[in-house]
Design a protein around this ligand. Sequence first.
Ligand SMILES: C[S@@+](CC[C@H](N)C(=O)[O-])C[C@H]1O[C@@H](n2cnc3c(N)ncnc32)[C@H](O)[C@@H]1O
Length: 244
Amino acid sequence: MNDKTAPQYSALAKIYAHLMRSIDYKDWAEYLLEIAAELDTEKFRALELAAGSGELSRLLSNKFADYVATDYSINMLKLINAPVKIVCCDMTSLPFKNKYNFIFSTFDSINYLLNKDKLKKLFAEVERCLDSPGIFTFDVSLEPNSIKHAKYLNRKGKVGKIRYIQKSYYDREEKIHYNNFEIIMEDGTKYYEEHRQRIYAMEEYLEAIDESGLYVENCFDAFTFDDVRNDSERAQFILKKKPC
Ligand SMILES: C[S@@+](CC[C@H](N)C(=O)[O-])C[C@H]1O[C@@H](n2cnc3c(N)ncnc32)[C@H](O)[C@@H]1O
C-alpha cells in the first residue's frame, strides 16, 4: 500500500483495516507497554512506523506524552482515529530532526522491505532518530508463519459495497510471501493488487543490525518474553543504540 490516489488504493486500505479487525490489538498494546516500561520514564516520545489504520495509535496515544504515527500510505493514514500527529513517510527515509525514545513497528510491516539495502536504511534512519536511552522494537514474520498460515489467508469478503478475493502463497525459493487481491468495486470494475513480503532468515536481520549503530538487546518469540526459537512464527526485536 503506497500513497497512490487511484480508487483501488483507498478501497484496499479499507479492506486491510477490515481484515485487521480480527487482531487482538489490546493484547498487542499491552505487550508493547511492557516492553516500553523498561525505559522507566514518564516522558515517552513515541514514533510509530508503518502505523497503518492506527489501531495501536488509538490504544497507545494516551500512554505517551508525544506520539507521531507514520505510514507511507496516505490512504491508511486517513483511517486513523486517534489524537496523534500523523506524518506520511517511508520508514527507510524518515523526515525527522527530533529524537524519540520509543520507536516501534508492528504486524510484519518490516517484511515489506524487500531487500537488505532497505533493511539497512531502516536501521540507519532509526538510529538517527532514536534517543539514548531509547528502544526500537518491531516484530517480523518468520518462515514457519508463512508455511503454516498461507492457506488460511485465501479468503473473500465484502467491505461496504466493495468485494475482495485474497489469494496468499509463500514462495520458498524466493522467500517471498505473496498476497494478491482482486478488488471488485460497486460498479463491477475490477482491480488487481499484488503485495509482497520478504521472509528473511534471523541471521539476515542480525547481520543488517550488526552493520548499524544499533544492537540487539533481546529477541523474543513474539508476544512473550521467551527467547525466539527456530520454530517461532514471529520474532520481536528489542534494539538499542550502541554506546558511542
Ligand atoms: C500489515 S500493515 C500493519 C499496520 C499496523 N502496523 C498494524 O499493526 O495494524 C503494514 C503497513 O506497513 C505499511 N508500509 C509498508 N512498507 C512501508 C514503508 N516502506 N514505509 C512505511 N510504511 C510502510 C503499509 O502501508 C501498511 O500500512
